[in-house]
Design a protein around this ligand. Structure first.
Ligand SMILES: NC(=O)c1ccc[n+]([C@@H]2O[C@H](COP(=O)([O-])OP(=O)(O)OC[C@H]3O[C@@H](n4cnc5c(N)ncnc54)[C@H](OP(=O)(O)O)[C@@H]3O)[C@@H](O)[C@H]2O)c1
Length: 317
């Protein structure tokens, strides 16, 4: 199952594999195993620090005849330190080189935040703060400048589709006023504790496909001590009841809850059996009542908020 992207008509798989926190050491094998298990979408980013290794996994899968490049949908993202017009194309080209591929199927602006440029020869990925992990240095590049450079990536064939991540309604509305090539995908944090109904409705209205990240809510944030003590969604009574009824796992229910709203998901797992289980989440339907009960768990819990790093980055305020 897939979502058809506007402008190109390209099909984006509804279930992909997320690459954040997949370690360098395991990434090539994990990507290879994900493709072998049937994943066709890989959700990467410069910031994840594993693009070279992910590319090695892709290369091996192609060399062994598991897939052709055109069977895969490879996403990467522009990091905050590369928003200025002179940096977008060179970094996208560098990222393609790391992956060892000719084009990205989708390239996203990771955050609507511009930070001071860091030369990749000095430090890559640059992350949020300086080398000492203390200071965040903002930069005055407007999104319009960044977006025009993103459009050039399409013009020259570096990216087939371009999009945005962690953007909210008013900024999207502004982009749509000037975009020569409209963003095609919006990737956002979305799970039953943060259902984002208004943003989803607006995005669909303006033809943006949506990808949810952190579909399991706090689970991914525990290892970073950033789960805010929220109760697990994977053990939640409401989710467990639906899982028991459909003879599925709670993880599969959480993924189906999103995909049933035509929202793509990119679960990450370092474990081969969970990785396979997550892909197998489209073979059942939740009832309207179950969908409603799960959505009612919402309490606007946002786990990924750059304002927690520096209050000047309060993009969700
Ligand atoms: N655009 C953005 O700003 C942004 C931000 C965050 C994430 N993302 C993207 O979204 C992807 C997914 O989000 P995420 O990495 O935050 O987390 P996630 O997929 O919601 O959750 C991952 C966590 O759940 C566990 N898990 C995975 N499958 C499971 C299963 N079937 N049963 C029980 N536990 C399971 C994983 O542990 P194991 O690995 O041990 O299985 C890991 O701790 C990322 O990898 C990245 O590609 C984008």
């Amino acid at each position: 199952m897939s979502v058809v992207l506007q402008r190109t008509g390209q099909k984006m798989p509804l279930v992909g594999f997320g690459l954040w926190k997949v370690t360098k050491a395991s990434c090539a094998d994990t990507v290879y195993n994900a493709i072998k298990a049937g994943y066709r979408l890989l959700d990467g980013a410069g910031d994840y620090g594993n693009e070279k290794e992910a590319g090695e996994g892709v290369k091996r899968a192609i060399a062994e005849g598991l897939v052709k490049r055109e069977d895969l949908f490879i996403t990467s993202k522009l990091w905050n330190t590369f928003h200025a017009k002179e940096h977008v194309k060179p970094i996208a080209q560098m990222q393609l080189g790391l992956w060892g591929i000719e084009y990205f199927d989708l390239f996203l602006v990771h955050f609507p935040i511009a930070l001071q440029y860091v030369d990749p020869a000095e430090r890559y990925p640059p992350e949020w703060q300086d080398a000492a992990k203390k200071v965040v240095t903002l930069q005055g590049t407007p999104i319009q400048e960044t977006w025009q450079s993103m459009e050039e990536l399409v013009d020259v064939g570096i990216a087939k589709n371009i999009g945005i991540s962690n953007f909210q309604g008013s900024l999207i509305a502004d982009m749509l006023r000037y975009a020569r090539i409209k963003p095609q995908v919006l990737q956002i944090e979305l799970h039953p504790y943060l259902t984002q109904e208004a943003l989803v409705k607006y995005a669909k209205e303006v033809g943006l496909a949506i990808t949810a990240y952190s579909s399991f809510g706090p689970a991914s944030w525990i290892e970073l001590s950033m789960d805010q003590g929220a109760p697990s969604l994977l053990d939640h009574d409401v989710v467990s009841a639906a899982a028991t009824k459909h003879n599925k796992t709670t993880a599969q229910v959480l993924l189906r809850w999103a995909t049933q709203r035509d929202i793509a998901v990119v679960p990450k797992s370092n474990n081969p059996s969970r990785l396979a289980q997550n892909l197998d989440c489209l073979s059942f339907d939740l009832s309207a009542e179950e969908m409603k009960e799960i959505s009612a768990l919402n309490f606007n819990l946002r786990l990924n908020n750059p304002a927690d790093i520096d209050p000047r980055m309060a993009i969700f305020a």
